[in-house]
Design a protein around this ligand. Structure first.
Ligand code: HEC
Ligand code: HEC
Length: 318
């Protein structure tokens, strides 16, 4: 799993550190100049009538200490993580090595607890209380930051973490699709329309979207928005706005939500819809990045299997 959803923060952190270290080096090197022998020069200024100051170089011991800290910083950044997401050290040395050793020990000790479920079919596993309880603990550790501790999700103008307990799915709620969502991650792409539609058209289509969801909308705008929708949005959201999955399983991977069901991934306010249509979603710089990380490599097959059973279990009890 990547440490940051957007690559920008990696560059930001690494840039700040590089700048800080370079700055220290420049300060040190420009202060290295020795006196060049002879009488030390006086600074120009005078205080309290006769108090003057020599322009002496920094004391050597102090300067060496300073050099020491800079060299330490380079060594530290080589051995331990700190420079953005750059993988420090080698797989055996430093923190990475220690971490790898601990992971190995832990998987030898705890691996069997998770591995014993791998052979069980997901639908059966989601009815096994012990597996579901294990899945819930895993969920609280790895998933609750975004989806909430009760898996109810969270929504706003710039983020949409889906409710995983409401039997309404972007990609699909059968066990295999849930598992695929967790393994490989998801990031539904919506084209930004800021460049192709003008602001009136976008406001019209936003009102149309609100009208098909049963929310109050400006009737004249909604009527005009219907045509904008038909020519720009139906490829992904379907001819009636019922979402990609309504067009058949072949379209499910698009992840475009049903806009008519009253369940919102993001905020349903007119402004939020206008903003989303203008900027797009997961469509590169300027658009809203709202992605589900891939967990296959980080958690391994056994834990993903249990998590899929847990998420499935949230939806099959009535
Ligand atoms: C960084 C935030 C984040 C974390 C952590 C996260 N998710 Fe997600 N998840 C999302 C987002 C955002 C989506 C919707 C992706 C999209 O819209 O394309 C999503 C979608 C999903 C879906 C698909 C839902 C559907 O309607 O088809 C499942 C299943 C899921 N997550 C399960 C999990 C599990 C299990 C974990 C823990 C291992 C987890 N998520 C951790 C952000 C997150
Ligand atoms: C390329 C496919 C695609 C096209 C074209 C597209 N959308 Fe989307 N739309 C998506 C996806 C995928 C999402 C979910 C984004 C996410 O997962 O974060 C979405 C999300 C939305 C949402 C948020 C729904 C919610 O539940 O919060 C609205 C509203 C929306 N689209 C309206 C439109 C309108 C209006 C148009 C046409 C002007 C349009 N879309 C065109 C794929 C598309």
């Amino acid at each position: 799993m990547a440490d940051f959803i957007s690559g920008f923060w990696n560059l930001y952190v690494a840039g700040l550190i590089a700048f800080g270290l370079l700055f220290c080096l420049v300060v040190l090197i420009t202060n290295m100049t020795s006196q060049g022998g002879g009488e030390p020069k006086l600074q120009g200024h005078v205080w309290d009538e006769n108090l003057r100051e020599y322009n002496n170089p920094l004391p050597r011991w102090w300067l060496y200490l300073f050099w020491g800290t800079v060299i330490f910083a380079f060594l530290y950044l080589y051995l331990y993580p700190g420079f953005g997401t750059w993988r420090s050290g080698s797989a055996q040395s430093g923190l990475r090595g220690e971490y790898a050793k601990e992971v190995k020990l832990a998987s030898e000790e705890y691996g069997p607890i998770f591995n014993k479920y791998l052979g069980t079919d997901l639908a059966a596993l989601s009815a096994d209380p012990e597996a579901v309880a294990t899945g819930k603990r895993l969920f609280l550790t790895y998933c609750s930051q975004c989806h909430g501790s009760a898996a109810k999700g969270a929504k706003g103008k710039d983020y949409g973490f889906p409710d995983l307990s409401d039997s309404d799915w972007l990609y699909g709620g059968d066990p295999a699709t849930i598992k695929a969502s967790i393994e490989d991650g998801r990031g539904g792409v919506m084209t930004p329309f800021g460049g192709t539609l003008n602001s009136e058209q976008i406001r019209d289509v936003a009102n149309y979207v609100r009208s098909i969801a049963g929310l109050n909308a400006d009737a004249a705008r909604a009527a005009r928005g219907r045509d904008v929708f038909a020519s720009n949005c139906t490829v992904c959201h379907g001819p009636e706005g019922k979402g990609a999955r309504s067009m058949g399983e072949a379209f499910a991977a698009l992840g475009a939500p049903d806009l008519t069901d009253g369940i919102w991934l993001y905020s349903e306010s007119e402004d939020a819809i206008i903003d989303g249509v203008t900027r797009g979603r997961n469509a590169g710089p300027g658009s809203v990045i709202n992605a589900m990380p891939a967990w296959k490599d980080y958690l391994g097959d056994a834990k993903v299997h249990i998590l899929a059973a847990y998420v499935h279990s949230l939806n099959n009890k009535k």
